[in-house]
Design a binder for this molecule. Structure first.
Ligand code: FES
Length: 122
């Protein structure tokens, strides 16, 4: 799981995930993943700009290839419990694949392990 922690100056019109609280989201996701028994199974890491700046804090989960936008601290428990433990994406936060690049995703993109038991359920 990668959380954008990119910073930009206050004069940059694009804003940044850092300015929207990504460091706090990252820390909370790490804590929740560890508390959910996923330490050494799931890594929650910093990422640079993921090119979804206008959406708010951006998070991407691999190998599934599921992208989330506008993530806040209020979403952390649901992301960890539903996606990381339960194996189900949180649809209300998901960025559709075709909106990531403006192109259609190749067949199978974003579906590699969804629908299978979550990491805490295998
Ligand atoms: S600053 Fe986070 S996606 Fe660009």
């Amino acid at each position: 799981m990668f959380v954008c922690t990119n910073e930009r100056g206050p004069d940059d019109a694009r804003g940044s995930c850092s300015a929207r609280g990504s460091a706090e989201v990252l820390a909370a996701l790490k804590q929740k993943a560890n508390a959910s028994g996923l330490k050494r199974i799931v890594r929650v890491n910093k990422a640079g700009c993921l090119d979804q700046c206008a959406r708010g804090v951006t998070v991407v989960v691999y190998p599934e290839g599921v992208w989330y936008g506008g993530v806040t601290l209020a979403d952390v428990d649901e992301l960890a419990e539903r996606h990381l433990v339960g194996g189900e994406p949180v649809r209300r936060l998901e960025i559709p694949a075709h909106e990531l690049t403006g192109k259609e995703a190749p067949p199978g993109f974003g579906q590699s392990s969804l629908g299978k038991p979550g990491l805490g359920q295998e």
